[in-house]
Design a protein around this ligand. Structure first.
Ligand SMILES: Cc1ncc(C[n+]2csc(CCOP(=O)(O)OP(=O)(O)O)c2C)c(N)n1
Ligand SMILES: [Mg+2]
Length: 684
């Protein structure tokens, strides 16, 4: 902790001014005061000054619009920090990209110049840059993307940087964060990766000495500037009180990154307004001190800049007056990118002679040959991934397979950055359990991009992972967490199985614009693709992502079992046993697409069987079975009997015998069928 009681000499400004809280002031703020007190050269290009005036005029208008009740939500202004935008973002090329945060208006205006579209966006108008949907924190335009989740876009930026590198372009990505965001782990995951890969990524840390209400000394141990050094990343430092020097340092940093190396630029600055609208507990004398030394205020003391300010302010007001009050309708807003629809038409299918692992390897290898990138821990050859799914692809396609640090959020985010820019990307998460670490990236980034940026962005990243137990790996390497992902909007979830050659569905997936989680299964990898038994035939629905229907060769089914993935294969192998134990003729439906769920094939089957058992790999509460049963029951006449089966709601134990009992199994399905028939369950 750097916060210390300092003597008066350290805490006072050069002019001797003291703030009410001086006795407890922290050293970082004393440093800000020292920087702001210098006499600096303000001879900047006229267009830079005009741009800073414009940013302030737009933001002040935004605040007044808010007070007038013409804006929703919140606004984080960069008043006081404008030169960080002007001197850094303003020096980037059109083809460079910026990833930004909640305090993004200045960056946006300096990079894109679309200030009118920004005003409209915050007024919620269809003419806004994101059709009024994203508002203040969620902006998107060619070369610019911002998100309100601190740090979330850093790995996405790294993915964009890889995209540029692969194209041989010297365009760069500048990632703006505040110093408070240095508390997020994803910052260090990304710094590490950017250094390892020598990415053209410029980290810009705007240090305004506060994270919301918390002074730097209470949220940042050590110093801001030293953060990137241990990664071997070059560091640059400047401040907004000396904008001419900031321009020079930013230009050096940008050129350095353009030469193909990451850099970390700290910009010391001070926010003159509240954190967002009116939440400001800072000392009034302190704010007044920095306002008096604000470079723009100093420039505006000159009559010619006052005159220019009046013109710009009027131009902004004119724009607001003339904006058309047209808003996106719910109907226009809702459409997502998910493939929907099912089919009642089933046709027999035959599988080639192959193991699931080979088919998956083949599918991912052909995706790479068509330009995709693979990312994951230990996936480089000769190791080829913990389950060897991608073995050999690296050796055959140098430069397309990235073996990654143990940084699951980063892995997912990098895939998203690549996908966003048009490079197909498949991220492997070594064990499904660690999908928990990707959750924010999937939820706050990939699943939302399409809607929150007014349907302008697509992020078809594929995150694949082996779920499931039965290998004795215990509580942290055996779970099936798909139920947490099927609840995410605009995220497709697909499960592969050894019951069917997965290649056609994976090929179809490559054409979909939505992000997708691909569930694989540890125990299923090694299995040979299913060959039907004499009593049951294998059929598939006639859709891009076919559901499998395994039906009795003769007779009418009197129970429908629905499952997916590795468990579906176990059930398929046990159909005769299930029949013998229950005296019910089963029909098994294996779902390929878990989200969006389609009940067409299931409805078709229960219309005959009148009984339904849904077996999922994870635990049942709030699960896939509950969802499917609910859909079926609400669409039928109330005469269907249904049960859900899954793992017991406990961590998966390691001892094999206990694990087998806790996890979902054919025995649990048999018990459920017997229960449906009113008979006693022998396996419970
Ligand atoms: C992951 C996350 N946690 C918390 C917040 C709420 N929040 C918004 S801005 C902010 C402070 C950010 O401080 P800093 O990074 O220094 O940026 P500044 O606001 O100073 O520009 C917080 C805590 C958030 N948006 N995202
Ligand atoms: Mg801050």
């Amino acid at each position: 902790m750097v916060s210390v009681h300092t003597d008066r000499l350290t805490s006072e400004g050069q002019d001797g001014s003291r703030f009410a809280g001086d006795e407890g002031i922290d050293l970082p703020l004393a440093e800000a005061r020292r920087l702001a007190s210098r006499n600096t050269d303000l001879s900047l290009p006229e267009n830079s000054i005009a741009e800073a005036i414009l940013i302030r005029a737009v933001e002040e208008r935004l605040l007044s619009l808010f007070s007038e009740g013409r804006m929703n939500g919140t606004v984080h202004t960069c008043v006081g920090q404008e030169f960080s935008a002007v001197c850094i973002a303003g020096q980037l090329r059109e083809t460079d990209w910026i990833t930004s945060n909640h305090r993004c208006h200045g960056h946006f205006i300096s990079k894109t110049g679309i200030w009118g579209g920004l005003l409209d966006e915050l007024m919620g108008l269809e003419s806004g840059v994101c059709k009024g949907i994203g508002s203040s924190q969620h902006l998107y335009a060619p070369g610019f993307i911002s998100n309100g989740t601190q740090g979330a876009l850093l790995p996405v930026a790294a993915g964009m940087a890889i995209h540029n590198k692969r194209l041989g372009s010297d365009d760069i990505i500048a990632s703006f964060i505040g110093e408070g965001t240095l508390g997020e782990g994803i910052v260090y995951e990304t710094l590490n990766f950017a250094a390892l890969q020598q990415l053209p990524q410029l980290f810009v840390c705007e240090n305004n000495f506060y994270s919301q209400s918390t002074p730097q000394a209470r949220s940042i141990a050590g110093t801001v500037e030293s953060r990137a050094k241990p990664f071997g990343i070059a560091t640059f430092s400047a401040d907004t009180w000396d904008p001419a020097n900031l321009t020079k340092v930013a230009s050096e940093a940008i050129e350095f990154v353009r030469s193909g190396k990451p850099a970390f630029l700290t910009v010391q600055t001070y926010r003159l307004n509240a954190h967002s609208k009116g939440d400001d507990d800072r000392n009034q004398a302190e704010i007044a001190f920095f306002r008096a030394r604000d470079p723009l205020e100093r420039l505006l003391a000159e009559p010619r800049w006052q005159a220019r300010q009046a013109e710009i302010t009027e131009e902004v007001a004119r724009h607001v007056r003339s904006a058309a009050d047209k808003r996106l309708s719910r109907k226009a807003y809702l459409p997502d990118q998910l493939p929907r629809g099912g089919s009642e038409i089933v046709k027999p299918v035959t599988n080639p002679e192959a193991r699931l692992l080979q088919c998956l390897n083949d599918a991912y290898a052909s995706a790479v040959r068509e330009g995709a990138v693979l990312l994951g821990e230990d996936i480089a050859d000769p190791y080829g991934g913990a389950f060897t799914v991608t073995r050999g692809i690296d050796a055959a396609n140098p430069g397309s397979v990235f073996t990654m640090p143990i940084s699951e959020a980063l892995i997912a985010g990098v895939a998203m950055g690549l996908a966003l820019r048009g490079t197909p990307a498949y991220a492997e998460i070594m064990f499904g359990d660690f999908m928990s670490l990707t959750f924010d990236q999937i939820l706050s980034n990939a699943s939302k991009f399409h809607h929150m940026y007014g349907h302008q962005a697509s992020c078809p990243a594929r995150i694949r992972t082996p779920m499931g137990g039965k290998r004795g790996y215990g509580p942290t390497h055996s779970q099936s967490l798909e139920k947490f992902f099927v609840g995410i909007d605009n995220l497709m979830v697909m499960a592969v199985t050894s019951l069917l050659d997965p290649r056609p569905a994976l090929q179809a997936l490559a054409k979909e614009a939505c992000p997708c989680v691909i569930i694989e299964n540890k125990t299923d990898y090694a299995r040979r693709l299913w060959a039907p038994s004499p009593a049951f035939k294998l059929q598939a629905t006639q859709t891009k992502f076919p559901d499998l229907v395994i039906s009795p060769v003769s007779g009418v089914p009197d129970v429908t079992i629905v499952s997916y993935g590795g468990l579906a294969r176990e059930l398929a192998d046990s159909l005769e046993h299930i029949f013998r134990q229950t005296d019910c003729v089963p029909e098994l439906i294996c779902l390929t697409r878990l989200h969006p769920l389609d009940a067409t094939a299931v409805m078709h089957s229960v219309a005959q069987s009148r009984r339904l058992v849904v077996a999922e790999e994870g635990s049942t509460p709030f699960g896939i079975g509950s969802e499917l049963v609910c859909r079926v029951l609400t669409k039928t006449d109330g005469t269907i009997d249904a049960r859900t089966v899954g793992a017991d709601p406990v961590p998966i134990p390691s001892p094999k015998a206990l694990e087998a009992k806790v996890l979902a199994s054919p025995d649990k399905v048999i018990d459920a069928i017997l229960e449906l028939r009113g008979a006693e369950a022998p396996n419970g």
